[in-house]
Ligand binder design. Sequence first.
Ligand code: S3P
Ligand code: PEP
Length: 406
Amino acid sequence: MNLKLQQVSAIKSGALQITGSKSETNRLLILQALYPNIKIENVSNSDDSVLMQRALASTDETVDIHHAGTAMRFLTAYFALKEGRKTTLTGSKRMQERPIKILVDALQQLGCDIQYEKEEGYPPINILGTKPEANKVELQANVSSQYISALMLMASSLPNGLEIALKGKVTSVPYINMTLSLLEDVGIKGAFKDNVITIPENKNDIDNTIVVESDWSSASYFYSIVALSQNAEITLGSYKKRSYQGDSSLATIYKNLGVETVFGDHTVTLKKNNITNYEALHGLDLSNSPDIAQTIAVTCFGLGISCYLTGLHTLKIKETDRLEALKTEIEKLGGEVEITEDSLRLAASNRMEKDILIGTYHDHRMAMAFAPLALRTSLSIEDADVVSKSYPDFWRDLEKLGFALG
Ligand SMILES: O=C(O)C1=C[C@@H](OP(=O)(O)O)[C@@H](O)[C@H](O)C1
Ligand SMILES: C=C(OP(=O)(O)O)C(=O)O
């Protein structure tokens, strides 16, 4: 379904409750599968978390996780270490193009039994669960942190825990720290020092209740809306100042784009002010928070300012090639974008075409990143339901703020 967004001149101030972080939820669901007395509150209602829950509950031999990257990676390690269980783990067409070799190699190093069903290095994979004796593994860390988190989440179930040595420049580091922090919250105290992660074996009962913080990547779209508005003020729950999510760097980044963040009791209020520092957008390294790159690029385009975003090497293997997709869609609207393998340069421009259909390429973040441009022009979003991968209530929440949809 294509969704038309009328141009809106002003939006209402409002308060929204954002669903739980899908990254935190999907880690905790794996830990709950290992330690069933763990309780999770503010569970994400994202498709990716629903798919994860279904996969963990399934007794079928074939498990299909559609587009969910974390589910694919975390479940590869989970099923590989589930002794005696035979699983074919598969996903959408795009998932079958997203690499998994680094993780499979690491699990094979440990002694796991995993075969590729079609193309080497890519899902679907056939897994026969084992309990390996080895407790050391080495893997390349510059492609996806999800491979590392997958091993960390399973490590405490191995007879001697696990030592994970990371090679190369480590990418998406906050997601590794998030895994470490959640493990610690349930009582498993690991360490990450000098590119070596150590997770001990756990023999204790675990019955903690963990409250998932709401999703910061989802909050990014409201940062963009406030930046593009005259004077909007939006309160979002439930957030905390000391977040496990690297995308909470939004507060610092959007300060440069005229958005002030005020932390309340479990909320953040985003307020428009006119204090900007656009220079900070020139050479902004997003290797710690890849999921907000699209939001930031589109905000800058909406503001008519230039930006140069770096550290984007992981964007090519996400739900789509996000660098290509951004270039194509911003250029349709009249912008000028140059991309390399790991960077995006947007030229300053006041051009903004009307009534363009924005392609979304099965990528929830393409739909959500472009929606705030309705504060500047009328546009349509292709396949608008794609947002449910991380944020099923997105369009309803935009309507609450006064966006005119349909
Ligand atoms: O571990 C996680 O929950 C995630 C890690 C990141 O992936 P990469 O480590 O592949 O960059 C991020 O893009 C993804 O949305 C969620
Ligand atoms: C990249 C993302 O998800 P995943 O890799 O888990 O599919 C995302 O949500 O932006």
